[in-house]
Design a protein around this ligand. Structure first.
Ligand code: NAD
Length: 439
């Protein structure tokens, strides 16, 4: 089976490499020629555990190919996946220009029957819009009878665990409207789900909605817990205990009940904005999700507010160590990262920032240039700091040498945005500890 995946980012590259690993002949296409040339040399443009091995192995086995030239390979394919970005536009809508550009290239060059699959997260109705546009173009090109199908196959992988998620998915959601499309997608995904075929077929509109609804549910749980955590602080309860008590209820479950300094990343913020706008366009107000977004925007300021309060507003000229810059551990993705909100507030208030991240330092420079000091390790970051603030819970931050930190920090304040430390333990080391939702 031969497929192309257009857009070689977090989703496209992981999907392409994993399909190739299962024996599919995959061509990954991107307009970024530096990225494509790098991939041919085994240079992986993103930090994603386990990805390099399968990319290199499958490239060498000639099951995985890279090109910038979609038209030249298009008519050898049975399926073309669209996996380009759908960032927010200035009004918060999903910007579909990248998706529609790819669809336009397909429409202009396709000469053989093809299944076009939208893997990008797109507003409900986008796949139909693509089909309509392609058919119109085919009629103009004198090919009105060429068989083109569309399907929707949203992606649920988590950055940091993307390869594993793709190879062993909880489920695969596929929206189809023809038996041929269903058969092709079944053939493609069967090897991933040999023992338990968990492909959920549905209509295309529902499939597109399933992706937004899933992200919206997860973001809702996070904002809900942040709201509960903030109330815990006011009334003297401990959110860690509350979380354990709640999560043990099988109707609630344990995952996504961790309060913190807000959700970020390339998906939740833009997808929540997009579904709110989609509701507005359809004349329906998404009241819960508006609150989810508002709580999150507020939560992203919580670390800065705790820092300012501790020093009673006297923060100008101080220095802060920031451990963790990526929006979550095991990725270098900085898109909408809570660390950025924190650092911007600190810099605006005249506070110097010494930051360290195990994977995202290069990416962080794109956002922060030379406005902060990029430390060599956690101790270099903490040198002379008035506070240590942790927005991202990388494993290597969990058991630092507190004695060493005590000797190199100026004030002994720890503000923990992910509740990875224990206040009593830190007190024994002489630190004043402030987590989220704790006394
Ligand atoms: N990142 C995630 O964890 C994740 C998870 C699930 C779904 N998604 C969705 O998947 C989509 C892709 O996300 P991503 O994070 O992989 O994006 P990304 O920004 O990492 O990658 C997008 C790639 O598309 C390329 N591109 C843009 N226009 C192109 C064109 N005309 N032709 C060829 N390539 C083009 C870009 O150069 C870039 O390499 C988005 O809709 C996103 O919401 C992302």
């Amino acid at each position: 089976m031969r497929i192309a995946i257009v857009g070689t980012g977090y989703v496209g590259l992981v999907s392409g490499a994993c399909f190739a690993e299962m024996g599919v002949d995959v061509t990954c296409v991107d307009i970024d020629s530096a990225k494509i040339e790098g991939l041919k040399k085994g240079i992986i443009p993103i930090y994603e555990p386990g990805l390099k091995n399968i990319v290199v192995r499958n490239y060498e086995a000639e099951r995985l190919h890279f090109t910038t030239d979609l038209p030249s390979v298009l008519n050898e394919m049975e399926i073309v996946f669209i996996a380009v970005g759908t960032p927010s536009d200035k009004d918060g809508n999903a910007d579909l220009s990248y998706v529609m550009t790819v669809a336009g290239t397909i429409a202009d060059h396709v000469t053989k029957p093809l299944l076009i699959v939208t893997k990008s997260t797109v507003p409900v109705g986008t796949s139909h819009r693509i089909l309509e546009m392609v058919k119109k173009r085919l009629t103009e090109r004198g090919l009105p009878d060429l068989r083109i199908d569309v399907a929707s196959n949203p992606e649920f992988l988590k950055e940091g665990a993307a390869v594993n998620d793709f190879m062993s998915p909880d489920r695969v959601v596929v929206g189809v409207e023809s038996q041929e499309a269903e058969d092709l997608m079944t053939k493609l995904y069967r090897p991933f789900l040999l023992n338990n075929f968990r492909v959920i077929f549905m209509d295309i509109l529902s499939s597109e909605m399933t992706k937004y609804a899933s992200n919206a549910m997860l973001a809702t749980r996070i904002s809900f817990m942040n709201d509960i955590a903030n109330l815990c602080e006011v009334v003297g309860a401990d959110v860690n205990a509350v979380r354990r008590g709640m999560g043990s209820d099988s109707r609630i479950g344990r995952s996504f009940l961790y309060p913190g300094c807000g959700y970020g990343g390339s998906c939740f913020p833009k997808d929540i904005r997009a579904i709110i706008r989609e509701g507005e366009d359809a004349g329906y107000e998404m009241k819960v999700l508006k609150a989810v977004e508002e709580v999150n925007n507020n939560q992203k300021t919580v670390l800065f507010r705790k820092f300012r309060r501790w020093f009673r507003g006297d923060i100008k000229g101080r220095t802060v160590a920031v451990w963790g810059l990526s929006f979550k551990p095991e990725t270098d993705d900085m898109r909408d990262a809570p660390s950025l909100t924190l650092i911007e507030s600190l810099l605006e208030a005249g506070v110097a920032v010494r930051a360290y991240d195990p994977a995202a330092m290069t990416e962080a420079r794109i956002y922060l240039n030379d406005k902060i000091y990029y430390a060599a390790d956690i101790y270099d970051a903490a040198h002379g700091a008035d506070a240590l603030i942790v927005p991202t819970e990388w494993k290597e931050f969990r058991m630092p040498d507190w004695k060493k930190l005590k000797s190199i920090m100026h004030h002994h304040l720890v503000i923990d945005g992910r509740n990875i430390y224990n206040s009593e333990e830190l007190a024994t080391h002489g630190f004043d500890y402030h987590g989220i939702g704790q006394r």
